[in-house]
Design a protein around this ligand. Structure first.
Ligand SMILES: C[S@@+](CC[C@H](N)C(=O)[O-])C[C@H]1O[C@@H](n2cnc3c(N)ncnc32)[C@H](O)[C@@H]1O
Length: 220
């Protein structure tokens, strides 16, 4: 739990979600947590997002920008990625890592995105949904729907708790109850409830569940 506090900051001070604390500590923790498979897992998320050269991509709850940078490489040449996160600390860190890539970052929250309607080809989000309070998750998904163009693609990826009771207990001790009991089976329903057509779902080892969805061309 202490590690969770270090990584996640103090929830008492946060009103719109749980932000992560020190960016470098998060990077080290995540590298260890993925057991050397972070790059492979997140590269697979990029493939699953369907992002192609020239696409405009939004990464919601981008944190330190790890996925944002990988997506930026996939949409070159001609594409661009925008990462949004409420934590100025991680946004600053992500900006410092952007280098010459077509990544930009803004502070903001998923449930009230300050971007125009239908302005992105792809929206991705990784490990962020469980940080957003459950009662505002539907609003966050409606915002992702709004900012995607008709026919645009959504990739939701979040932490899949271990199947074993011991594994879940260890996750709870390390990171807290939000991850131990993360209800990833509800991701499909969240997407469908916002108007998306869910296309596929599955797991990316070692820790991720994903849902692929599309904003329909015609809203019924
Ligand atoms: C575990 S980190 C994941 C970061 C990154 N996407 C990754 O895969 O490494 C969760 C992120 O969600 C962000 N977050 C918390 N509440 C949010 C909200 N309401 N809207 C958008 N992001 C939020 C946190 O600040 C944090 O950076």
């Amino acid at each position: 739990m202490a590690l969770g506090r270090l990584l996640h900051g103090d929830p008492q001070t946060i009103t719109r979600g749980e932000t992560i604390g020190p960016a470098r500590a998060y990077e080290v923790f995540t590298a260890v947590f993925f057991g050397g498979r972070r790059h492979r897992a997140f590269s697979r998320l990029v493939e699953l997002s369907g992002a192609r050269p020239g696409d405009k991509v939004l990464d919601v709850g981008c944190g330190t920008g790890y996925l944002t940078r990988l997506v930026a490489a996939a949409v070159a040449p001609g594409g661009s990625t925008v990462g949004i996160d409420p934590s100025p600390t991680v946004v600053g860190y992500a900006r410092s890592k952007a280098g010459g890539s077509a990544c930009s970052y803004e502070t903001g929250v998923a449930e009230a995105l300050e971007v125009p309607d239908a302005s992105f080809d792809v929206v991705v989000t990784s490990l962020a949904i469980h940080h957003i309070p459950a009662d505002v998750r539907p609003a966050a998904l409606r915002e992702m729907f709004r900012v995607l163009r008709p026919g645009g693609r959504l990739l939701l990826a979040d932490f899949r708790p271990p199947r074993s009771r011991l594994g879940r207990h260890l996750i709870g001790v390390l990171t807290g109850p939000a991850m131990e009991h993360n209800p990833v089976d509800l991701l499909d329903g969240l997407a469908a409830g916002a108007g998306f057509e869910v296309r596929a779902r599955g797991d990316v080892r070692p820790h991720l569940r994903y849902v692929q969805a599309t904003r329909p061309e015609i809203v019924r």
